[in-house]
Design a protein around this ligand. Structure first.
Ligand code: ATP
Length: 231
């Protein structure tokens, strides 16, 4: 299997603090991988480097055939626009736009109505498109944010504690829907979390501690998001 994204000996220092201490990993297409680790272990920093938002101190990130760590700002912006979707813990929706307008923000092409309808139906937000973020629950807002990330047709979605602000029921739903999107649209998902139950739903679990990868295992028997036992 050829990796879609690979990182070689990534380090990141903030002043004297060594946040990432030499991370090498490869991620494969159409998989749901969890980066699992406690607060402060470096998960967000790693996601930000793999997605081109932050430059590593040393090391390289390669996406398909392209080394993204050496791209110019303009090349990097183009690459991100075409390849990367991001889902954050706090949704990051624009409050003065409706759900539909939020989903379509930044879309430069004429999307087929079919793709939009299918996506919003899968995410169960098709009845909420004229609502503003303040009129939506946290779970609904996060599903709008996921639609915004997926609608561009980018093949790779990064999720940083995407269920961190949600209750059990909504968290399960978001995880389940992300799995459906992987299966339906063939996207690759990297999901950073400290939640072990979410990790059990993944194809692969990469565990981090103190800026290092401490284990990297294929999960042969992923649990369905519906069957997660929440603690
Ligand atoms: N921009 C920054 N400037 C300085 N230090 C930073 C910066 N970003 C992260 N750090 C430090 O890097 C370390 C790892 O942070 P990071 O956010 O990557 O961890 P995390 O595992 O994602 O934690 P959490 O689960 O709490 O989000 C922390 O000690 C943090 O203070």
């Amino acid at each position: 299997m050829i990796p879609i994204l690979s990182a070689e000996k990534i380090t990141k220092d903030y002043g004297k603090e060594k946040v990432l201490k030499g991370i090498t990993l490869a991620l494969y297409q159409e998989t749901f991988t969890v980066i699992l680790g406690p607060s402060g272990s470096g998960k967000s920093t790693l996601l930000n480097i793999l997605s081109g938002m932050v430059k590593p101190t040393t090391g390289t990130v390669k996406y398909e055939d392209k080394i993204i760590t050496t791209l110019s700002q303009t090349e990097l912006a183009d690459w991100k626009r075409n390849n990367i979707g991001y889902v954050f813990q706090n949704y990051m929706l624009l409050n003065n736009l409706t759900a539909e307008e939020n989903i379509k923000v930044g879309i430069s092409f004429q999307m087929t109505p079919l793709a939009f309808d299918r996506l919003t139906r899968i995410l169960e937000i098709d009845g909420l498109l004229d609502k503003f973020p303040a009129q939506l629950s946290g779970g609904q807002q996060q599903r709008v944010a996921i639609a915004r990330a997926v609608i561009k047709g980018t093949p790779f979605i990064f999720c940083d504690e995407a269920t961190g602000a949600l209750d059990e029921e909504n968290s399960k739903k978001v995880v389940e829907l992300l799995h459906s999107l992987k299966n339906t649209f063939g996207v690759t998902i990297l999901f950073a979390t400290h939640n072990e139950q979410i990790a059990h739903t993944a194809n692969r679990i990469i565990t981090m501690k103190d800026g290092m990868v401490t284990s990297d295992i294929a999960n042969k028997n992923p649990v369905s998001a519906n069957d997660m036992i929440w603690r």
